[in-house]
Design a protein around this ligand. Structure first.
Ligand code: RB5
Length: 152
């Protein structure tokens, strides 16, 4: 799978660990994020990953900041992006299965490395269910985007 990852300055080493983890599993990772010692604003980092997901260059995205919250707020301004901020794997799995989330956000100040890898595994290894009730609810979200113009 093609996966785009991004981060801010909260802890770039977590991004590096996630990238290595995904690559070891055979995924193709595009790292758009912030390196160790750099300062990066989370909205800009989120935008780079969102654009790769919007264009189809990446099937899924992963965004890491201090809490995951800023990244998810920024990412959800982009049309077609459904970004979920998760701190335990059950939600990471269900947001793929039910919400067809295409970006996982988490906080490097919230979860440790073990939970972070569990979140990533749950997210990338779960398919969207395509059940009618979920299709209908996602269509309702899309209708709001269409009505109000969404973000970019
Ligand atoms: C950066 O200090 C911090 O604000 C950011 O990583 C994130 O937690 C924002 O939501």
């Amino acid at each position: 799978m093609k996966i785009a990852i991004g981060n801010d300055h909260a802890d770039p080493t977590m991004k590096i660990k996630v990238k290595e983890h995904l690559e070891a599993l055979g995924h193709e990772v595009t790292d758009t994020g912030c390196g160790v010692g750099e300062k990066c604003d989370y909205p800009a980092a989120a935008g780079r990953v969102c654009k790769l997901v919007q264009s189809g260059e990446a099937q899924l995205g992963i965004l890491i900041c201090g809490t995951g919250v800023g990244m998810s707020l920024a990412a959800n301004k982009y049309k077609g992006i459904r970004a979920a901020c998760c701190s335990e794997p059950f939600s990471a799995r269900l947001t793929r299965e039910h919400n067809d989330a295409n970006i996982l956000c988490f906080g490097t100040r919230v979860v440790g490395e073990g939970t972070a890898m569990d979140l990533v595994d749950a997210f990338v290894n779960t398919e969207y269910s395509h059940e009618e009730r979920h299709e209908r609810r996602i269509a309702m979200i899309k209708a709001v985007e269409d009505e109000w113009g969404g973000g970019q």
